[in-house]
Design a protein around this ligand. Structure first.
Ligand code: SF4
Length: 221
């Protein structure tokens, strides 16, 4: 793994400075993801990548709380406003609203116990926002989906089962998340993270919050 974080944060910050709307924030996030994927795409990590069992359609770990930065929530909310009338997305809109209320303050352990899958999964177990899925979703690279499922079932019984992950992928995306948050901080923007459904619904129900975010206001729920 070889990544120059000075260059990484410079590129992210430059994209952030140029961003004045949701599309600009998406470009900034695309930059962060692209640089992270580039770092992953080297000789040794490619070998590890071959072992990764995660693939489109596997939703074994999609019932954990996902923390998102506000630009991620704004990007997803903007994407949804463009597709909300499409039949595949109509049920999703009420689901997000419901989940945002239901999951507010629910911790991971309780979420696993309640077995609440992510609202963004469709009936086939596909992520409806896969191209713009959160950084934290991208950080997970498990070698065995059955191990993920078993681990979550056992956690319901208050036991723990280790899950083998690609740690290079995990640490690169964790660091990307930290770098984007730091860039937001330096720009005087709200750098907090929130639960995915809560954050997306906050910008869906009140699009004026996007302007408040760019004005450096702290987003109030
Ligand atoms: S956003 Fe997509 S990848 Fe992330 S937890 Fe939800 S369904 Fe899974």
């Amino acid at each position: 793994m070889n990544i120059n974080y000075a260059a990484f944060s410079g590129a992210v910050e430059q994209a952030l400075e140029a961003a004045g709307d949701a599309a600009g924030l998406r470009t900034m996030l695309d930059t962060a993801v692209h640089l992270t994927e580039q770092a992953l795409d080297n000789g040794s990590s490619r070998k590890q990548a071959a072992l990764i069992a995660c693939h489109a359609g596997c939703s074994a770990c999609c019932n954990l709380n996902v923390a998102v930065l506000l630009p991620e929530a704004i990007t997803i909310a903007a994407f949804l406003s463009g597709v909300e009338d499409q039949p595949a997305f109509v049920p999703l809109m009420t689901k997000i609203e419901k989940y945002a209320r239901y999951l507010y303050g629910v911790d991971n352990e309780e979420r696993i116990r309640l077995r609440i899958p992510c609202a963004f999964l469709d009936h086939r177990g596909w992520c409806l926002i896969h191209p713009i899925r959160p950084i934290m979703c991208r950080s997970i690279g498990a070698t065995d989906p059955d191990q993920c499922r078993k681990s979550l079932e056992i956690t319901c019984l208050d036991n723990e089962e280790p899950v083998m992950l690609n740690l290079t992928q995990k640490s690169l995306y964790d660091e990307a998340f930290i770098q984007v948050a730091a860039a937001l901080d330096r720009q005087g923007l709200d750098s907090r993270s929130m639960e995915l459904h809560t954050a997306v619904q906050a910008f869906r129900e009140c699009p004026e919050r996007v302007g408040e975010f760019f004005n450096g206001k702290r987003i109030q729920l």
